[in-house]
Design a protein around this ligand. Structure first.
Ligand code: IVH
Length: 703
């Protein structure tokens, strides 16, 4: 008993404050405790603690192993046994958010940037304002956390607040040290970009082609594909590189400027970009930009612009952030790359919601190093407005990561017989009528459930990375399975293995499949029999319900059961369920209509029933944040806020587990009212809802 108490007391101590002796005692106790839970959970199927508590123990073990490498052996068993299925990446919360950058496109934008900063800092036009200009590497940003000099965790940017754990993969990048040689604070988090050189990209694609494997469109995709491998051995075989250009959490910052930071990390053995330059004036900056743009094609890696950062850290701190981007930095993008080619055909594709999208088939052309054969034409009006005709010579452009676009037609090169394009009135796949609702730009197939194109696209969406994320099940497979009646609806995925056992033509005998790949697919499907509520909602592919809305719905309703009940009830537009729904922040009548419509369709309810018979949808625990006083509470903001913008306040409240609503009802827990608050404040007072001002809100959330 006494020993147990001792452990509990120890567990309240932050890992970084543990003495070597206490760490050893705790490691031993943790290893035993986790082993016990593993047996209870995996062998006896009768866990004695909650999953969250179990994860807490494992995390604690991991933290101790990171800070006390000598205890890794002791703790090894806690890693391996009963590990979650190795599919997908674990999540990592960024203790310091990973931000993005504002974009600038012209010299004037950059002069504005300089002027804005001077105004903010109250500098005169002639006072020196140093900036660091760095190439904007076209790769993937990462964060690598070193604890006591050792690489402990590496993560992708994710949504900026939470990324994916790519530690094992980052360890394979040779230019990033595993162990920092030199004196660094206990926690030292560096950030930068992972990329692939143009030469390595070309060689990789050659190898892939020879093996009949996937060809990557550009170095960035190749780097992303290589980094997102569940098997680090594959990542190790791919030539990835990195540049460091920023930092996250640092126990003690020992530099006063970005330039000093770059010098420090370089001396510690991190790769920094040799092109980076200290600029004293706007003219310096613009000259750097021009020079780099001219040399862009000759650089060994892809860049898509230049990043400027105020050099002095104290000034950076004063300048701070606007929503998700720092005021003290900006990205000066290179103009889009253009080329001319011939438009050979216009194909009409049908999406999962029935939208007909015209796609241009182009004579292959090289645009800034990438071969382009397709471009989007958006919709009927776009084709009409630009008068794009089959056979035309067109200007296409590629800007950053976006799909190439047709900019204009070169009329001088138009052939005499070229005919205006007639957008079809019928779905090219199922033949149903295609209609355009008033006020909409899109023409939609009315075939609904009988349209196989829509069904296939819905299935593709269902298994896609941000939805069920079923590894190894690509669009081509879905099409083939659909065509052969193997998978007609999402739930069929989860009965595939069972049906396969009694099938005369099992998967392993199908063309392109073998016993191993069939087994892998079944395992990948089975690994997804438990899914989070936001992913599940998103996977359903309800029109207008993207990831962000799915998450909001999950936060607001908490469980699949509660959500489903509320959506069915919301059919009554005068009822409470409907009011609650449109009261969810950012859900308006149009999204509400689509949600209600989905649940009015008996076929959809049937799919839900079939799915819930096969899989488990986890309830959504709000992302809080133990100890947050507003976790689970419904908060409404009204009036003007002074120290932060409305969206900052909302984001902050949501990150602390609160639901933010747009109007006051008896379900509201708290109203934050600033000057100018009107009817919402009155309603709150009428309903007896607690009202506080901005200052009280700030102190409540510890801002
Ligand atoms: S600084 C708070 N520096 O560009 C500052 N970003 O568009 C955060 N990027 O997410 C970023 N090269 O992935 C910075 N030299 C550089 C960069 C760079 C590329 C990427 C980075 C970021 C994105 C923003």
């Amino acid at each position: 008993m006494a020993a147990k108490k001792g452990n509990k007391a120890l567990r309240a101590v932050p890992v970084s404050d543990l003495s070597d002796k206490d760490a050893k005692i705790e490691a031993k106790a943790l290893a035993e405790e986790i082993a016990r839970h593993n047996v209870a959970y995996h062998r006896e199927d009768s866990p004695t603690i909650s999953d969250a508590a179990y994860d807490g123990l494992r995390q604690r073990a991991k933290d101790i192993a990171a800070l006390f490498p000598e205890l890794v052996g002791e703790l090894a068993a806690t890693e391996a046994v009963g590990a979650a299925p190795a599919a997908g990446f674990a999540k990592v919360k960024h203790t310091v958010p990973m931000l993005s950058l504002d974009n600038a496109f012209s010299d004037d934008d950059i002069r504005d940037f300089d002027a804005r900063i001077r105004r903010f800092l109250k500098l005169t036009e002639t006072e020196p304002l140093e900036t660091i200009a760095e190439p904007k590497i076209d790769g993937l940003s990462f964060s690598a956390r070193y604890e006591r000099g050792r690489l402990a965790v590496a993560a992708t940017r994710g949504d900026g607040a939470e990324g994916e754990d790519i530690t094992a993969n980052v360890r394979t990048i040779k230019s990033l040290p595993d162990l920092i040689m030199g004196d660094v604070p206990k926690v030292f988090e560096v950030r930068g970009e992972i990329y692939m050189t143009k030469a390595d990209f070309a060689a990789l694609n050659e190898r892939q082609a020879a093996e009949g494997a996937k060809i990557f469109a550009n170095p960035r995709n190749a780097a992303a594909g290589s980094l997102r491998q569940l098997d680090p051995k594959i990542t190790a075989s791919r030539p990835l590189q990195a540049f460091v250009y920023a930092w996250g959490e640092i126990a003690k910052i020992a530099w006063n400027s970005q330039w000093e930071f770059l010098t420090v990390v370089k001396s510690l053995g991190f790769p920094t970009n040799p092109e980076s330059k200290l600029c004293k004036t706007v003219e310096d900056i613009l000259a750097f930009y021009g020079d780099l743009q001219a040399r862009r094609a000759d650089l060994p890696y892809d860049i898509d612009g230049v990043v400027y950062k105020v050099n002095r850290i104290d000034w950076q701190q004063r300048l701070g952030f606007v929503s998700r981007a720092p005021r003290w930095a900006t990205a000066h993008k290179f103009p889009a790359q253009q080329a001319q080619t011939v438009l050979e055909n216009i194909e009409i594709q049908v999406g999962r919601t029935g939208v007909l999208t015209p796609v241009a088939h182009l004579k292959a052309v090289n645009v800034g190093g990438v071969v382009v054969t397709r471009a989007t034409l958006h919709n009927e009006d776009e084709i009409e407005r630009k008068d794009i005709r089959v056979g035309d010579t067109v200007v296409i452009q590629r800007a950053g990561d976006v799909i190439p676009q047709v900019v204009s037609v070169i009329l001088d090169k138009r052939h005499k017989g070229a005919r205006k394009f007639k957008f079809p009135d019928h779905c090219p796949v199922c033949g149903s009528l295609a209609v355009r609702e008033e006020g909409e730009v899109a023409k939609r197939c009315t075939g609904g459930l009988i349209c196989s194109a829509q069904a296939v696209e819905r299935l593709r969406h269902f298994v896609s990375r941000d939805a069920f994320d079923i590894e190894g099940l690509g669009g081509k497979h879905i099409e083939a399975f659909f065509g052969d009646n193997l998978i007609k609806s999402p739930a069929d995925l989860f009965t595939l293995e069972q049906r396969d056992k009694s099938s005369l033509t099992p998967l392993s005998k199908r063309e392109g499949w073998g016993p191993k790949s069939a087994q892998n697919l079944f395992e990948a499907i089975n690994a997804r029999r438990t899914i989070s509520l936001p992913r599940f909602i998103y996977a359903l592919g309800i029109p207008q319900v993207g990831q962000a809305t799915a998450r909001l719905l999950a936060i607001s309703y908490g469980s699949l059961k509660a959500w489903r009940k509320a959506m069915v009830a919301a059919e009554d537009r005068d009822g409470e369920a409907y009011r609650d729904l449109i009261n969810v922040e950012s859900i308006g009548p149009s999204v509400a209509d689509d949600l209600v419509g989905f649940f009015q369709e008996p076929q959809n309810l049937e799919v839900l029933d079939q799915l819930t018979a096969e899989i488990h949808v986890e309830d959504f625990a709000s992302p809080s944040v133990s100890g947050s006083p507003i976790a689970g509470k419904t908060v409404v903001f009204t009036g003007n806020l002074e120290s932060m913008t409305r969206s900052e306040a909302k984001a902050k409240a949501q990150s602390l587990g609160a639901k933010v609503a747009g109007s006051v009802s008896k379900k509201t827990d708290l109203v934050v009212a600033g000057p100018g608050a009107g009817s919402k404040l009155k309603e709150a007072e009428g309903l007896g809802v607690k009202v506080i001002d901005e200052a009280a809100f700030r102190s409540l959330i510890g801002a």
